[in-house]
Ligand binder design. Structure first.
Ligand SMILES: [Zn+2]
Length: 179
């Protein structure tokens, strides 16, 4: 019991501070449509949409409003909200993509750890509750400490385009996602 409380307190303390996300959150209600479906439908725009991988049933893309450098989003191609709607094949594919995502990020930018999670409904923090997606957030020792001190500075130090190229190269070198 006390262990659980301690861990919760620890998680709260380690929340990432990402002030640039406010533009995204404020724009949510204005935005028409679904950016994941949009990205899925326009493979010719993968580079500008930062879509890293396409597999049979899924997409992996860089989050344009990252919590931390290298923040990836994994999504089913199908516009569905709940895990219970996934087929076994889709579920297996997304799980394999979690592993492949950790591998490519480790090869390219060497995180010390990861937060991996999903949010369901707005109240739980889902920016796009209608289309399920998994967040892969790389973490480095001391990243929260650094941000507490320099909250207003640009902590996403690597540009999205550079990062995209780096992840594409690491994918090719390591044969990822590998299916
Ligand atoms: Zn969608």
């Amino acid at each position: 019991m006390s262990k659980i409380i301690c861990r919760e307190a620890e998680l709260k303390r380690n929340n990432l501070w990402a002030p640039w996300r406010i533009g995204y959150i404020q724009g949510l209600d204005k935005k028409q449509g679904c950016f994941i479906c949009h990205n899925a439908g326009y493979p010719q725009q993968d580079e500008e949409n930062f879509v890293l991988w396409r597999t049979k049933n899924s997409l992996v893309m860089l989050n344009k409003f990252p919590y931390n450098n290298g923040h990836l989003l994994l999504a089913s191609v199908r516009h569905i909200a709940g895990l219970e709607e996934l087929s076994d094949e889709e579920m297996l594919e997304l799980t394999k993509l979690i592993v492949a995502s950790q591998k490519v990020l480790t090869a390219a930018i060497k995180p010390h750890g990861f937060n991996i999670g999903m949010n369901f409904s707005r109240c739980a923090g889902a920016g796009l509750p209608q289309h399920l997606h998994i967040h892969i957030v790389p973490r480095w020792e001391g990243d929260t400490n650094f941000m507490d001190i320099c909250a207003d500075t640009d902590i996403i130090s690597q540009s999205m385009k550079d990062l995209y190229k780096q992840l594409k190269a690491a994918s090719a070198e390591n044969n990822l996602p590998g299916f």
